[in-house]
Design a protein. Structure first.
Length: 358
């Protein structure tokens, strides 16, 4: 070794000693030349301290990696050498990802475009969904409506609002005129018409709704490099703009490793759990009127009484009737559920992945 080179090394090492003692980052390659080339030696020393502009300063130059900014690469107070210049968004100091885990930019509540340096695989995910039994519902199409004109009509009467006396039972007879003697010489009457009967329902349709919970989020795989340079056993990763976070992910339901304490379960879609069968029956609300006539041909009205199961005052009725007719209006016709479907399993998450954040 020539004397000039020995002198140059001595100068360089003397300058590096305080840098090494401070824990600052050292470039991966340091080229020293003979003492006669002071500019080269000065540049290498400056790069070693992080204050030059000809080398990486902390991490290796490249897209999304720590770049030499001309600022000191070490923080004497914290030992954090990953403070600036890492890609377009700066650096984040995070724990090293264990084998099998991948760094991702993670947004748990939105699906914006992936940030710079996270241009790997992007996945729209469901975050922390409910995976219990589904809510099961049943519906049946009404293929033919029921009728309110088939069945018995009960009759109560009296001289006060209790309608305490029971009269004969009449037949709705599909709304036809029925010739029959009726004694109506009372001041209060009550009628109750038949419920809806008949009709038909189509094939039951069962729907399963997964449990509530979860949000729509996004993961973006890191496409740049993670370098050393952070204190306390951490590494430099490209930072992410809010609301993205620098996290790690791995397929499956796993416990989060040290340094990443916040766990999220994510997947690409939720499939509801199963549901059992159901059955329906036709139904409708019936509003009927029981009308009594003086004559046997249902022409001359004696009295009309709402057939609603309520005792009504009917003043002035002092004669008997010779015929009656029942009329009714149907409403809310449809199919009511007689056997509700029961859950048979829990919801499942496709592409189940664990995302762990600091």
């Amino acid at each position: 070794m020539g004397r000039g080179l020995r002198d140059g090394l001595a100068v360089a090492l003397g300058t590096l000693a305080p840098v090494l003692a401070s824990g600052a980052c050292i470039p991966a390659a340091l080229t020293l030349e003979a003492a006669g080339d002071a500019s080269t030696t000065d540049s290498a020393v400056a790069d070693a301290s992080g204050n030059g502009d000809g080398g990486p300063g902390c991490c290796t130059d490249g897209p999304g990696q720590m770049q030499d900014t001309g600022a000191p690469s070490g923080d004497a107070a914290t030992g954090d050498a990953c403070t600036s210049g890492c890609g377009p968004t700066g650096c984040a100091c995070v724990s090293p990802a264990p084998p099998g885990w991948t760094y991702v930019a993670f947004d748990p509540t939105a699906r914006a475009a992936c940030p710079a340096d996270y241009g790997g695989t992007a996945v729209d995910v469901v975050v922390d969904p409910g995976l219990g039994p589904s809510t099961c519902a049943c519906s049946c199409p009404l293929t033919s409506p029921p009728t309110c004109l088939v069945g018995p009509i009960t009759h109560m009467f009296g001289n006060d609002s209790s309608c305490g006396m029971t009269g004969p039972t009449y037949d709705a007879d599909d709304g036809g005129c029925v010739a029959q003697t009726l004694g109506y010489a009372f001041g209060y009457h009550e009628g109750t018409g038949p419920a809806a009967t008949g009709g038909s329902c189509g094939t039951p349709v069962v729907t399963a709704t997964p449990p509530s919970g979860g949000s729509s989020g996004k993961t973006c795989d890191l496409s740049a490099s993670v370098q050393g340079g952070c204190g306390a056993g951490q590494v430099c990763a490209p930072a992410t703009p809010s609301p993205f976070q620098v996290c790690i992910s791995r397929a499956g339901a796993l416990a989060c490793p040290s340094g990443f304490s916040t766990s999220h379960t994510v997947g690409t879609s939720v499939t509801p759990g199963g549901c059992g069968s159901c059955s329906c029956t036709p139904a409708a609300d019936c509003a009927g009127t029981f009308t009594v006539f003086y004559d046997s041909m249902c022409q001359d009205v004696l009295a009309s009484i709402p057939a609603d199961g309520t005792c009504h005052a009917t003043p002035g009725i002092t004669d008997a009737g010779a015929s009656y007719q029942y009329s009714a209006t149907e409403s809310n016709a449809g199919c009511s559920v007689t056997q509700a479907p029961q859950p048979t399993g829990s919801a499942t998450l496709a592409g189940l992945t664990t995302v762990c954040c600091p």
